[in-house]
Write a protein that binds this ligand. Structure first.
Ligand code: PLP
Length: 283
C-alpha cells in the first residue's frame, strides 16, 4: 500500500510519515480535511471536493501547499499506484504546519498534508434498512461550514449516540434542526424535500449538492429552509447523506417512528437515481 506524504508517494508505513509534536494539527486540530469516494477505482466529484478544500483552507488562512492541478495529479497518482480498481474512499488532510506552541499562528508556515486510500464496502444494509438518529443539542462551534479537523463536538455527540443504539446524533440549535454528526439531514413533507440552507451552521455536503441536483432532474421540489424540531413530528420521510453512505433513510428519531419504520417512496426513488447517476462524476 502507498500513501501520499506531502509531495511524495511513499509506502504506507508510520515511519514514512512522522509528524512533529509541534505540528499545529496535533496541538490544536489546526487543519482541514476531505473524504472522497472512489468508485471502480476512480475518484468521485473531485472538483467539488477540491473547491471545498480550498474554501476551508482560505477561511482559516492556511497557505495551500499545492496548486489545484498539482493536488489533482497527486491524488490520481495515489489511486493508480495502489492499483485501486474497487470501491473505496480517500482521506486527505492538511495541517497548518509546525511552530512552537502558541494560539497565534505564524504567517509563513509550510502546511503538511497526507492522503490515504482504503477499500470500502457499499453500505447496502443501511440503504435497505435505514438508521435511527437521536436529537442532541449542537455544541459545535459556529463555523460548521469549514471542514475542520477539530471535531470534538461531533466526536462526543456521535459516540454518545452510538453507545445508545443510534447511528447518528441529529443536531439542533435554537430550536432548529441543523444536520447530523457526520451527514446532512433532509425531511420530506407533502412531496417536498426540506433541508437546511448552506451557511455557517452546517457543512455544505458534496452529497447534498448532488441530491439537490438530482431532485431537480427528477422534478421533486426542494426547499432550503430552517426546519424546527417540532416539525419533525409531521415528517413523511427523512434521510441523511454523506460521501461514504450516499443516501440513507432515517426510520426513527428517538422514539418516533418515521413512515411506520419503512423506507419512504421519494427516498427510495432518490436512492435508485443516485446509484445510476453517481458514475457520471468520476475522473
Ligand atoms: N455534515 C457533516 C458534519 C459531515 O462531517 C459530513 C461529512 O461526511 C457531511 C455533512 C456530509 O458531507 P459530504 O456529503 O461532503 O460527505
Amino acid at each position: 500500500d502507498y500513501m501520499l506524504w506531502n509531495h511524495e508517494i511513499v509506502e504506507r508505513k508510520a515511519e514514512n510519515a512522522m509528524v512533529s509534536f509541534e505540528d499545529r494539527g496535533y496541538q490544536f486540530g489546526d487543519g482541514v480535511y476531505e473524504v472522497i469516494r472512489i468508485y471502480d477505482g476512480k475518484l468521485h466529484a473531485l472538483d467539488w471536493h477540491l473547491d471545498r478544500l480550498f474554501y476551508s483552507m482560505e477561511q482559516l488562512a492556511i497557505r495551500a501547499p499545492f496548486s489545484r492541478s498539482e493536488i489533482k495529479q497527486l491524488l490520481k497518482q495515489l489511486t493508480e499506484t495502489n492499483k485501486f480498481t474497487a470501491d473505496g474512499k480517500l482521506y486527505l488532510q492538511v495541517t497548518r504546519g509546525m511552530q512552537p506552541r502558541d494560539h497565534v499562528y505564524m504567517e509563513e508556515l509550510d502546511a503538511i498534508f497526507y492522503a490515504t486510500v482504503d477499500c470500502f464496502d457499499q453500505p447496502v444494509e443501511m440503504w435497505e434498512k435505514g438508521v435511527k438518529v437521536t436529537l442532541q443539542e449542537d455544541i459545535r462551534w459556529l463555523r460548521c461550514d469549514i471542514k475542520s479537523l477539530n471535531l470534538l463536538g461531533n466526536v462526543l455527540a456521535r459516540t454518545k449516540a452510538q453507545r445508545n443504539g443510534y447511528h447518528e446524533p441529529l443536531f439542533h440549535r435554537d430550536g432548529i434542526v441543523r444536520e447530523c454528526g457526520a451527514s446532512n439531514f433532509y425531511m420530506i413533507k407533502d412531496g417536498v424535500i426540506h433541508t437546511h440552507p448552506t451557511n455557517n451552521y452546517i457543512l455544505g455536503g458534496i452529497t447534498r449538492k448532488k441530491v439537490l441536483m438530482f431532485a431537480e432532474e427528477l422534478a421533486i421540489p426542494v426547499e432550503e429552509r430552517e426546519i424546527t424540531v417540532e416539525e419533525l413530528q409531521e415528517a413523511d420521510e427523512c434521510f441523511l447523506t454523506a460521501t461514504p453512505l450516499e443516501i440513507v433513510p432515517i426510520t426513527q428519531i428517538d422514539h418516533q417512528p418515521i413512515d411506520h419504520n419503512q423506507i419512504g417512496k421519494i427516498t427510495k426513488r432518490l436512492q435508485q437515481y443516485y446509484r445510476k447517476r453517481v458514475y457520471d462524476f468520476l475522473e
